[in-house]
Write a protein that binds this ligand. Structure first.
Ligand SMILES: [Zn+2]
Length: 66
């Protein structure tokens, strides 16, 4: 693991196979909606060490958006 990740935690970014897809929270803020018909693979990846989170929770995704 990258030393900075060890100290500060990972710097997650959105990754998806379809770059045109955008994620956004619905009015209720309780669910993420995907603005695409397809169901592309989606994951989080650390900018520094490239560690992947293949199944991020809604809270993890929301933390990045903020
Ligand atoms: Zn990292």
């Amino acid at each position: 693991m990258n030393i900075f990740c060890r100290l500060f935690g990972h710097t997650w970014t959105h990754r998806t196979e379809n770059q045109k897809v955008s994620w956004n929270a619905g009015k209720d803020q309780a669910q993420l909606h995907i603005t695409s018909d397809a169901q592309p693979r989606f994951w989080l990846e650390c900018q520094r060490c490239s560690e992947r989170n293949e199944a991020p929770t809604r809270d993890q995704v929301r933390r990045i958006n903020n």
